[in-house]
Design a binder for this molecule. Sequence first.
Ligand code: PLP
Length: 395
Amino acid sequence: MSARPTSNGRSGTATSAVHAGCPEPRPGSPVVQPIVRSSTFHWAGPGDGPDLLYSRYGNNPNQLSVAAKVAALEGTEAGLALASGMAAISMTILSATGPGDHVVASRHLYGATHALLSGELPRRGITTTFVEPSDPEAWEAALAPRTRVVLIEMPTNPTLRVFDIEPARRAARSAGALLAADMTFATPVNIRAAEHGVDAVVHSATKYLGGHSDLIAGVVAGSHELIAGVTGMMKLYGGSLDPGAAWLLERGMRTLPARMDRHNRTAHALARWFTEVEGIRAVIYPGLASHPDHERATRMLSGYGGMVSIVLDGGGEAADRFCSRLRLAVPAPSLGGVETLVSQPRHTSHVDLGTGERDALGIPDGFVRISVGLEDLEDLKADFAAAARAVSALG
Ligand SMILES: Cc1ncc(COP(=O)(O)O)c(C=O)c1O
């Protein structure tokens, strides 16, 4: 598929988001990539071109549009669209590991990624050492002779920690391992991880990249070599993205910078406002000076993100009541959509942990995670204020 000249990664982020991966402008050609709902494509042999086109191989025109846009946004050589964020993470790890190999991973990971590393991959002979990423020495100390992947995630879910990438990068380099980063919460608008030495930038595109809570997808960005390896795994495990979902994702990504700009601003304003609301014990947002990583986030990120977490006085009961009183914000897991979503980790991502374990992770009962959408700030404040009042009235 040919693309417009702006897909080379040198354009500004907003320009790349709009134009990268779109069809070559020719008289009569479509301006946007139409959905190409064909599983296979005419190909009689190498004389018809080097690549056999087949939608499970990730080379359907809609999958390629997403791949080109992702690469342009992340500033990497190549990109790949997959069926989900978990497909992106698992195919990336499997492409770099085999029986007897080892992974070093942050202990602050999305729950399913943690389960993949701690429960599933050991069955295939791949083991993981989890480290506390705030300790810069921990990465190097956890390396083993056969460490092949170092994995980080930022900002983390749901405590929104922003860790330094550099110690993980140094450890990965000294082991000759792949540095992979799940940057779902940050998006390439707030940080381009490849510029910090990340080899495999992974996203659940279900979230901000898609942006409208209407698709499940994942992406990986990196070198041609990396993407060839991940594509190889994707072909075998069958995790390619359906062309219809790829089309929807590519459309969502066109507005990513515009949406992120507003997510960043509304979330920051809401976080500041929450600090004044009665009944809210803590507000967690990297843009607040009270956040443990505020200084680092300010240095590394061009926006603090659209996620805000709060802790209510009154624990789980108060949080349940708070969420049930919301009329605008929608109680639902997931994040990154145009609508504000709220969820309690004790019911969702961290349901398998005991109260003590959640406390140790900084997620006490009463913790509510908010994915701030694109609504008017004043309407969101009114909704949250009414819910907080209902909790206070309970005493
Ligand atoms: C940080 C992070 N990574 C990965 C995933 C998995 O993505 P998906 O549901 O698209 O497989 C999620 C989903 O919530 C997530 O929050």
